[in-house]
Design a protein around this ligand. Sequence first.
Ligand code: SAM
Length: 180
Amino acid sequence: MPDDARFEWFADVMGVRAGERVLEIGPGNGASLARMAERLGDGRIVGVERSATALARAGQRCADEIAAGRIRLVEGEIGKIVPARLLAELDPGEQFDLIYAVNVNLFWTSPAPQAWATLRTCLSPTGRLWLCYGYGTPTDTPTSPKPSPTRLTDRCAAAGFTCEPTTSGDLLAVHLTPTH
Ligand SMILES: C[S@@+](CC[C@H](N)C(=O)[O-])C[C@H]1O[C@@H](n2cnc3c(N)ncnc32)[C@H](O)[C@@H]1O
């Protein structure tokens, strides 16, 4: 299954570990969430998705993990939703160890200052931030749409992050490090 292969590769590259508190932006129908939850053990993954239709599909797909409290779903749009609504899915005082998005264009197609501010508020001081792209596998010929590297680097720099890309086959994962 291409989805299995791509999300396993993204999880490997991002270094997803047991016990982490993870936020995925735009999980769509939730194909990624169950795979990530498997790696998290007693950790937790929160998916924030603006499409109610996609979120309903994710809810069906991940019903067991949601019942167990390992996956939580929030309907909302990064850039509009208040960070406190996302942090409310964690224990009091906690922030996310990892925030990532797969094929969400927001961060390179527009300045999105509110979205970047939300990421900074929700990410723990030692947390990791990744933007991932691609629908194929780590061994496919690259065909999926990807951001312009220059535009993505410029957007990240304007938001106060440097970018370090990793690629394999059709997949691209970009690690963002804050500059201040
Ligand atoms: C192209 S789809 C990718 C879905 C999935 N991540 C994947 O790779 O298969 C992008 C998803 O992100 C969601 N999305 C886009 N911008 C968003 C935002 N600002 N906040 C939350 N969800 C967003 C869309 O509704 C859509 O479900």
